[in-house]
Design a protein around this ligand. Structure first.
Ligand code: TXA
Ligand code: MG
Length: 343
């Protein structure tokens, strides 16, 4: 476990970064911060390294990993073709929280990293620690979020420790991540790009660059089969059942009162604006409603915090389904197993 100050100069010369890069070169797995969430990195060219990632997370092997790179030049090793849309998106959003799906050029990466698919997901993270490790290792690094499968993604090194202590070779602590939700995944193998997972880059931002953008219908309708394998799993769930309340704070308080009469303890996920309004057993104020990026940056910390509280169930407010609110609502609905109560 090494702590690194992301603001120091020449980070790539720091021994902690070198140690992490050495472990990756030896096909060990190491957690490190990105601007979205902490990732669990491994050499994407090596089957055994990739197997260690799946084993540490308890992740189903049919769910492919995102390949992290430090420079676009690395794409020539394992990407068959870069479309005009993909090029525009890379120029505008890399480094940054956008993962692009390309046609895979076979033979270079471990086929376990791509789960045997004909396509590959790639991103260039916008975080000095992640970039320093990628550069020092010189490898394409497969890195899913560094949580146990099904748990909320980790936004601090402590979250990683809670989930993976003893299961991985190391954790590089670079402080809390910024964006707080994972990268947006966009498929650029079709004529019109398709968002497979909403995330740190919004649909509105993408449309400014490439015009029309489609959204995988599975994101709006749980009966559709998602094109991104990872989107079909239950995810991000706290231990106590979570319900999203489509109503006012008065509706939520009324539901809390009903639960209290039955003798149950209730947690509430709200924002700074409404925090003082509620009478409940545990209240988590997650950012500010009128600045949704502050909600995104603490949503996973919020979900994890309920596991340390004695609550029988959790009620959450809902958020506008626009901008980064797309990603927040997508994660909350998954965490709630799609349970929404009309207030
Ligand atoms: O922000 C992020 O993207 C973080 C940080 C660590 O970079 N990583 C992350 O990885 O969220 P992970 O493994 O938790 O999520 C990867 C998602 C999954 O939903 C997976 O199914 C999808 O990307 N994916 C990977 N390769 C794909 C492909 N070829 N086609 C469609 N979806 C793919
Ligand atoms: Mg994940």
């Amino acid at each position: 476990y090494w702590s690194v100050d992301k603001f120091v100069d020449k980070l790539e010369n720091y021994p902690q970064i070198q140690q992490a890069a050495d472990l990756l070169s030896k096909n060990e797995v190491v957690a490190f911060p990105t601007e979205t969430v902490y990732g669990l990195g491994g050499n994407a060219k090596d089957n055994q390294a990739v197997e260690k990632i799946f084993a540490a997370k308890g992740r189903p092997s049919d769910n492919p990993l995102i390949i992290h790179i430090a420079g676009q030049i690395q794409l020539t090793d394992f990407v068959e073709d870069i479309s005009a849309h993909a090029q525009l998106l890379m120029s505008r959003f890399w480094p940054g929280p956008l993962t692009i799906i390309f046609p895979l050029k076979k033979g270079f990466l471990s086929s376990k990293a791509t789960a045997g698919l004909e396509t590959v997901a790639v991103r260039m993270p916008d975080h000095p620690v992640a970039m320093a490790i990628l550069k020092a290792s010189g490898l394409p690094i497969a890195a899913p979020s560094a949580n146990r499968s099904g748990k909320p993604s980790p936004t601090t090194a402590l979250h990683v420790k809670e989930d993976l202590d003893g299961r991985i070779a190391g954790i590089v602590d670079g402080g809390p991540t910024g964006v707080g939700v994972e990268s947006t995944v966009i498929d650029c193998t079709s004529e019109i790009p398709v968002i497979l997972r909403p995330g740190g880059v919004t649909k509105e931002q993408l449309e400014e660059v490439v015009g029309e953008v489609h959204v995988d219908p599975a994101l709006a309708d749980e009966k559709e089969a998602p094109k991104s394998p990872g989107m079909k799993y239950r995810h991000y769930a706290p231990d106590a059942p979570l319900y999203l309340i489509d109503g006012t704070r008065e509706d939520i308080q009324r539901l809390i009162n009903e639960q209290h009469r039955e003798g149950r303890k209730v947690g509430v996920l709200t924002t700074a604006e409404n925090e003082a309004f509620y009478d409940a057993d545990y209240i988590y104020a997650c950012g500010e409603r009128d600045r949704l990026e502050t909600v995104a940056s603490s949503i996973y910390e919020a979900l994890r915090s309920f596991n340390k509280q004695d609550v029988d169930l959790i009620y959450s407010e809902m958020f506008p389904n626009e901008g980064v609110g797309n990603a927040i609502m997508n994660r909350l609905l998954k965490a709630a197993g799609q349970r929404v109560i009309k207030g």
